[in-house]
Unconditional design. Structure first.
Length: 541
C-alpha cells in the first residue's frame, strides 16, 4: 500500500456547495461510506462554528465506528492578538475529541494584511502558537495553507515562511491550497517542486523520515482540480485532499474518487485496497442519494455514462475486445459497460445490447443476423420520427423482445382508450379515462379518474390490469417528461413522452412518440407496465 494520505473533506468543504445541506445523521452516514471506501482521513466539519458540526463530532465519538479512517476537525488559527489556549474556536477543536485537527492558515501576504488586518509576523505567530498548543494537547496537526499558490506568486519567501512555521511547531502536513481554483497543472507542478526542494521534502521519504508532508487541496475553477492534484502528487505532495463527486463551493473541489482512481489505476500508487476501489461507483452513488444532488452521469470512472457506448463503430470494435474503446476495465471501479441504442448504432451495437440483456444472438445464424438487421432498421426509422432509445432502455428491450419468438409474453391486448376532461365548479379540472383491454382471458372495461388526463389514463390502465396482474400494484410512475420535437409546428408538433417507473428496487424509462400528446403518453405508459411485468418475471395470464 502507498503511504500517501487520502484526505476527504466532503463533510466540510464539500458541504460548502450551493444547495447542499447535510443533517448530522446525513454526515454520520456519509462518514461511514467514506470509511468503507478506505480514505485515510475524514474531515467532519468545523466544530464550534455551528451547532450541527459540534453535534456531529459529539455523536461521532460514540456512534461512528471507523475501521480505516481517522477523524479530523477543521478550524482556523487563533485570532490575531489573542492566545490559542484561550481562543474559543481553538478550544472547540479540542472539545471535538478528533485525533487530527486541520487548521486553515494564511500564507498570502495580501490576505494577512487585508483580510486578517494584521502583520506578517503576527500571522506566523498565530500559526506557531495554535499548532504548538494543539500538539501539546496531543493532537496531530495538519495545516491548510490558504491561497498558497496565489500567495507564492506575490511573495514566495513569505509563503515558504508560513510553511516553515507549520513544520517547526510540530505540524505534520502543510496542504498547499489553490483556494480560488485558478491554477493550471504546469503551475502547480512548478510550485510544488520548488516548495518540496526548498523545504527538503521530497516524496514519501520525507513523510517517513521527518513526519512532515506537503499536501494539495484544489478547487475546480479552471476545470483542472483533479489534474492539479495529480501534478502536485507527481511533484512530491504526499497528502491529497478532495471531496466525493467533486462537491464544493463554486465549481467544486477535486473529485477524490477520480484522483484516487487515477493514482491507483494510472500511476500505480496503491492508495486503496483494490476491493475498496471496486466499491467506489456504489459509494459515489450512495452519497449522491444522501446529498440529494443528482449523480453526474458523465463523472469519470463512476458515472452511469462513464463506460456507455453509443457509436456503432465503437461497438463493432468492442465486440472484438472492449479494451479497444475503453481506457480500462470498468470492474476496477465497480462500474459496468453499457451499450446505448440509437440511430448511431450498428449491428454490433444491437448484438452487444442483446447480450447485455441476456438475449444471446448468434450473428452467424441467418435468422439472428436478419433479426439484428431488422431491429437496427426499425431503431433508425423510429429515431428519425422522434424516438430516442438511449434515454429509454426499457422500450428498446421490448422492441427487441417483440422480434424474438417467445421473448415477450403477451401480457394484455389493448382494444381502446378514451379520456375526457371536465371543468369543475371550483375552477379546477378533473379527467376521466376509460380503458378497454383483454387480460387474463377476460375483456375488461375500467374507468379511472385523475387530476390530469395522463394521471387518469394511468389509473384506468392499472385498474384494468389489477385482477390479472396484482403485481403492478408495486409499480410507481416517478417521472414524466414531455418534449415538443418540432417547435416550429406549434400545436401540430410531434410530442415525445418519456416515463420513468420504479418497482421500489430499480427504475426504467419508456418512450412514446406521436402527434397527439395523450397518444404518446399512453404508448409510454403501456410500455412502462409491460416492462414492469417482464421484470417481475410474471407469466402472461
Ligand atoms: C477557504 C475556506 O473554505 S476556509 C473555511 C471557510 N468556512 C467557513 O467560513 C464556514 C464556517 N464559518 C463560520 O461559521 C464563521 O465564519 C465563523 C464561526 C468561523 C466565524 O464567524 P464570525 O466570528 O462571525 O466572523 P466572520 O465570519 O465575520 O469573520 C471571520 C473572522 O476570522 C478571521 N480569520 C479568517 N481566517 C482566519 C485564519 N486563518 N486564522 C484566524 N482568523 C481568521 C477573519 O479575519 C475574521 O476576523 P474579524 O472578526 O476580526 O474580522
Ligand atoms: C482551506 C480551504 O478549503 C481552501 O483554502 O480552499
Amino acid at each position: 500500500m502507498s503511504d500517501l494520505h487520502v484526505y476527504d473533506t466532503t463533510l466540510r468543504d464539500g458541504a460548502q456547495q450551493e444547495g447542499l445541506n447535510l443533517s448530522v445523521a446525513d454526515k454520520l452516514t456519509i462518514a461511514s461510506h467514506l470509511d468503507e471506501l478506505g480514505v485515510g482521513f475524514i474531515e467532519g466539519g468545523w466544530p464550534g462554528a455551528n451547532p450541527k458540526d459540534t453535534e456531529f463530532f459529539a455523536r461521532a465519538a460514540t456512534e461512528l465506528e471507523l475501521k480505516n479512517a481517522t477523524l479530523a476537525a477543521f478550524g482556523a488559527t487563533r485570532r490575531a492578538g489573542g492566545s490559542a489556549a484561550t481562543d474559543p474556536l481553538v478550544r472547540a477543536l479540542l472539545d471535538s475529541r478528533a485525533p487530527v485537527v486541520t487548521l486553515v492558515a494564511k500564507s498570502h501576504v495580501g490576505h494577512v494584511e487585508r483580510a486578517l488586518r494584521t502583520t506578517k509576523a503576527e500571522n506566523l505567530e498565530m500559526i506557531r502558537d495554535t499548532v504548538t498548543f494543539l500538539r501539546g494537547e496531543g493532537r496531530r496537526v495538519f495545516v491548510d495553507a490558504e491561497h498558497f499558490f496565489d500567495g507564492y506568486a506575490v511573495d514566495r519567501a513569505y509563503a515558504l515562511e508560513a510553511l516553515r512555521a507549520v513544520f517547526e511547531s510540530g505540524g505534520e502536513v502543510a496542504a498547499l491550497c489553490d483556494t480560488n481554483g485558478g491554477m493550471l497543472p504546469g503551475q502547480v507542478w512548478d510550485v510544488v517542486t520548488d516548495v518540496a526542494q526548498s523545504l527538503g521534502l521530497t516524496g514519501l521519504d520525507a513523510g517517513a523520515s521527518g513526519d512532515a508532508r506537503l499536501g494539495i487541496h484544489c478547487h475546480n475553477d479552471t476545470g483542472c482540480a483533479v489534474a492539479n492534484s495529480m501534478a502536485a502528487v507527481d511533484a512530491g505532495a504526499t497528502h491529497v485532499q478532495g471531496t466525493i463527486n467533486g462537491y464544493g463551493e463554486r465549481t467544486g473541489n477535486a473529485n477524490l474518487v477520480t484522483v484516487v482512481a487515477n493514482l491507483q489505476l494510472k500511476v500505480g500508487q496503491q492508495v486503496l485496497e483494490p476491493h475498496r476501489l471496486q466499491e467506489s461507483t456504489r459509494i459515489s452513488h450512495a452519497i449522491s442519494e444522501i446529498t440529494n444532488v443528482p449523480a453526474y452521469s458523465r463523472q469519470p470512472y463512476t458515472g452511469a455514462s462513464a463506460f456507455a457506448h453509443k457509436a456503432g463503430l465503437h461497438a463493432s470494435a468492442i465486440k472484438v475486445d472492449p479494451d479497444l474503446y475503453q481506457h480500462l476495465d470498468p470492474k476496477h471501479v465497480g462500474n459496468d459497460m453499457r451499450m446505448l441504442i440509437s440511430d448511431m448504432a450498428g449491428r454490433a451495437s444491437i448484438e452487444l445490447k442483446a447480450r447485455e440483456l441476456g438475449l444471446d444472438l448468434d450473428p452467424l445464424r441467418d435468422e439472428d443476423s436478419a433479426l439484428v438487421q431488422r431491429v437496427l432498421a426499425t431503431v433508425k426509422d423510429l429515431e428519425l420520427r422522434g424516438y430516442t432509445f438511449d434515454a429509454a432502455d426499457a422500450s428498446f428491450e421490448l422492441l427487441l423482445r417483440r422480434e424474438i419468438d417467445g421473448a415477450l409474453p403477451p401480457f394484455f391486448e389493448v382494444e381502446s382508450w378514451r379520456v375526457i376532461t371536465d371543468s369543475q365548479s371550483d375552477g379546477g379540472a378533473l379527467s376521466e379515462a376509460t380503458v378497454k383491454l383483454t387480460a387474463g382471458g377476460k375483456r375488461v372495461l375500467r374507468t379511472g379518474e385523475g387530476n390530469g388526463p395522463v394521471n387518469a389514463l394511468d389509473h384506468a390502465l392499472r385498474l384494468a390490469l389489477a385482477t390479472a396482474y396484482p403485481e403492478i400494484e408495486h409499480l410507481e410512475l416517478i417521472d414524466y417528461r414531455v418534449r415538443i420535437l418540432d417547435a416550429a409546428h406549434g400545436t401540430d408538433a410531434v410530442t415525445r413522452v418519456l416515463i420513468e417507473t420504479s418497482d421500489g428496487e430499480t427504475t426504467w424509462e419508456t418512450i412514446g412518440v406521436a402527434a397527439n400528446i395523450l397518444e404518446a403518453s399512453w404508448m409510454a405508459l403501456v410500455e412502462s407496465v409491460t416492462y414492469g411485468l417482464l421484470r417481475a418475471g410474471v407469466p402472461a395470464r
